[in-house]
Design a protein around this ligand. Structure first.
Ligand SMILES: [Zn+2]
Length: 694
């Protein structure tokens, strides 16, 4: 499924940590001012009293970190990613606001109405919990657990969230040209299975708070307090059992662990208590005989639960999934209670974001390639694409040079690696062909209805892929998104227009600054093709070994060095009852490998670019050498503050390391850094022993 098929440069924003408010006030309905463009290479962000050889992150970002506390409507405030995202969102809001008031084209009418319905809080308040009640009536009619498959299909046909598991169409990892049905574990509401399983007081308290939250939500929805408490306990029991049966995120990173082709007949034998024929047929997906069951143990356990748990427990679980899945789209009491637990308690957010921000994000999520068409016209000039094409070519050359000179790899594997590199495709800015949303029905007065129609559209769009050729031009992010990604099944790198802005990409800046910014991002995405996951796929995107056994062994020794190094970094220090949480070196291995590789190859590309102009990295601009400017520019992409709660959450769920370690971990593995800052061998950022994969 798509979430396992894409490696991004930054956390793909999760709804749970981005919750926002339906409360109405003036600053809620529109922005108060235009966010400024962000400077690339900013000496005022630095703490020059710190020693770059001891803690480079503090040196490059210290003043920024000190002077930029987290805004009360955010859980993380990152110098580059958050501020560019705020600016892009503002520019997108201008388009949406105008389209809502005075649409000029059918597309503008569609996304303008979507935005207007989201802003219409008076109607949302009037509807209250209405949108949930018809689904609850269907759940109430369940006569036995045997009817659950049919009910799940019906709920999904209406665009209603229902938990249980994930079913969709994706590329066959061993034959990336074919698209097959896939089943994966799912069904839990907390951010990760560890929230249910970790045995310490901190997580026990979180679980107790979660049960209280569910009880309050059921009560708000009209259940008696006694019944609400029973239901919350039932949901906790089911979700805990699902969490126990789930594979960890780290295990899921290994493609072999999530690849299990079953015939539908064998799947029926695995889970005799769940009638898949009923589920698939009622879902409306075309007929198929076999599929990938990504997590068979989960489905086996689910079957046992279906046979042993009483029907009432399942009804409570389903009622919760329907209610929780839509809580932030309902009236204020539900929104506030949902915010209080999922955003304030779990992520440390002080207050909800203004309504206009939420509605801009939701419109972008639902109709992104409609909204994006107008957005790129104003915010992504054709020259930017040409400059990016040139930069990408320079980075490709560097990675090729790097592969050819690797000390540990045999010639035959080097050739295979170069072949894969030559096959990487580049997508820059926005799709060549835009998606057609004309079948999505949008009402100006029905937010939840619009969201349901959008969910059904996405589902049908995905199901239609079954057995069809892969569309290589399809994008996985919308144009204003501040992010970038590599897809191993496509073997492509993708840069939405949203990230191709200052401070990442600034052609008024000197080459060192651009190579340290967008150059490292490009190198990062390319290196994903060769990280612990990407290296298992060939140039055609198929799961197939192309390294010799000796080279694979040497590769794994090197990646284990990186995993062990990052295991030592603290992601969230001990506080109160909560023990320190470390970076998970294996969960973050792909991203750390990509950060390390990206920093190295972008530096090599910078050397080439300077040499072609007859310059060297030792030349100074404004008191810093080109080499120093490169490393500072790189580090300043990652200056950030985040709440303690979010730091804990991300250390369990985010495959990326915290900003501080993305900087310090990368520079201490690259000797050119120590040389650029005149460090002494043995200092923390210039260690005697370091790790290197690429
Ligand atoms: Zn990445």
């Amino acid at each position: 499924m798509t979430k396992y098929l894409l490696a991004s440069v930054f956390l793909v924003a999760a709804g749970a940590i981005q919750a926002q408010s339906p409360a109405v006030s003036q600053s809620d309905t529109q922005p108060t001012s235009e966010p400024p463009a962000i400077k690339s290479f900013d000496p005022s962000a630095m703490d020059t009293s710190a020693d770059p050889c001891t803690d480079f992150y503090q040196y490059a970002c210290g003043n920024w970190v000190k002077n930029n506390p987290i805004p009360s409507d955010q859980v993380r405030w990152a110098r580059s990613f958050s501020q560019v995202a705020e600016r892009n969102r503002y520019l997108l809001w201008k388009d949406l606001d105008e389209a809502a008031k005075d649409p000029k084209t059918p597309l503008q009418k569609q996304y303008g109405d979507f935005y207007a319905a989201c802003m219409d809080t008076a109607t949302i308040e009037k509807k209250g919990i209405g949108p949930v009640k018809s689904s609850w009536a269907e759940i109430a009619r369940l006569k036995s657990a045997k009817e659950i498959p049919g009910l799940l299909a019906e709920l999904e046909n209406q665009g209603t969230p229902d938990g249980f598991f994930d079913f969709e169409v994706g590329q066959d990892e061993k034959d990336s040209s074919s698209q097959i049905a896939e089943l994966y574990q799912g069904g839990i509401s907390l951010p990760d299975r560890d929230y249910y399983l970790v045995d310490n007081k901190h997580y026990a308290d979180v679980r107790a708070e979660y049960v209280k939250h569910m009880t309050r939500m059921f009560t708000l929805a009209g259940d008696t307090p006694e019944r609400a408490a029973q239901e919350a306990a039932a949901v906790m029991e089911i979700e805990t059992a699902m969490a126990k049966a789930s594979m960890s995120r780290t295990e899921l990173r290994n493609p072999e662990n999530r690849y299990h082709i079953y015939t539908v007949a064998d799947l029926d034998k695995l889970t005799p208590g769940f009638d898949w024929t009923v589920y698939f047929t009622r879902s409306g997906i075309a007929h198929f005989d076999s599929l990938n069951v990504g997590t068979p143990d989960f489905f086996k356990a689910l079957n046992g639960m279906l046979e042993s748990e009483p029907l009432g427990t399942w009804k409570s679980y389903l009622r919760w999934q329907v209610l929780h899945g839509q809580a932030s789209d309902l009236s204020k009491p539900f929104f506030d209670e949902n915010f209080d637990f999922f955003s304030r308690t779990l992520a440390g957010q002080q207050e909800p974001q203004p309504r206009w921000k939420m509605c801009t994000r939701m419109t972008d999520e639902a109709l992104g390639e409609a909204v994006g068409q107008d957005w790129v016209k104003q915010n992504f000039p054709p020259e930017a694409k040409q400059s990016m094409d040139k930069l990408v070519a320079e980075l490709e050359k560097s990675l090729g040079d790097d592969i050819r000179t690797l000390p540990w790899m045999s010639d035959s594997t080097k050739q295979a690696a170069e072949q894969k590199l030559a096959m990487i495709r580049n997508n820059i800015g926005y799709p060549e062909k835009w998606r057609d949303y004309s079948s999505v029905k949008v009402s100006r007065t029905d937010l939840v209805g619009n969201l349901h129609h959008s969910a059904v559209y996405e589902r049908n769009y995905n199901f239609a892929k079954l057995g069809k050729p892969v569309d290589e031009k399809e994008w996985g992010m919308t144009p204003p998104t501040v992010n970038a990604y590599y897809r191993w099944a496509f073997n492509d790198i993708n840069f939405p227009a949203g990230i191709l802005q200052p401070p990442f990409f600034d052609f008024k800046a000197d080459p060192a600054v651009n190579f340290g910014g967008i150059g490292v991002v490009i190198g990062h995405e390319m290196t994903h093709g060769f990280d612990d996951q990407g290296s298992k796929f060939d140039g055609n995107g198929n799961l197939r070994e192309w390294q010799t056994p000796e080279d694979r062994k040497a590769f794994t020794e090197r990646t284990e060095c990186v995993a062990k190094e990052y295991d030592g970094f603290v992601a969230a220090p001990a506080q109160g009852d909560a023990p320190a949480q470390h970076v998970n070196g294996h969960l973050t291995l792909g991203e750390n490998t990509a950060d390390n590789g990206g920093l190295r190859i972008a530096y090599m590309a910078l050397l080439d670019a300077l040499a072609s102009e007859g310059k060297s990295v030792d030349e100074k601009i404004d008191g810093f050498t080109e080499a120093q400017r490169y490393f500072i520019s790189f580090a300043q992409v990652w200056c950030q503050n985040q709440t303690e709660q979010l730091a804990r959450q991300l250390s369990l769920v985010d495959p990326h390391s915290p900003g501080k370690w993305r900087v310090n971990g990368s520079v201490q593995n690259f000797d050119e850094f120590g040389k650029a800052f005149g460090c002494k061998k043995g200092q923390p950022m210039y260690p005697v022993n370091s790790c290197r994969v690429w």
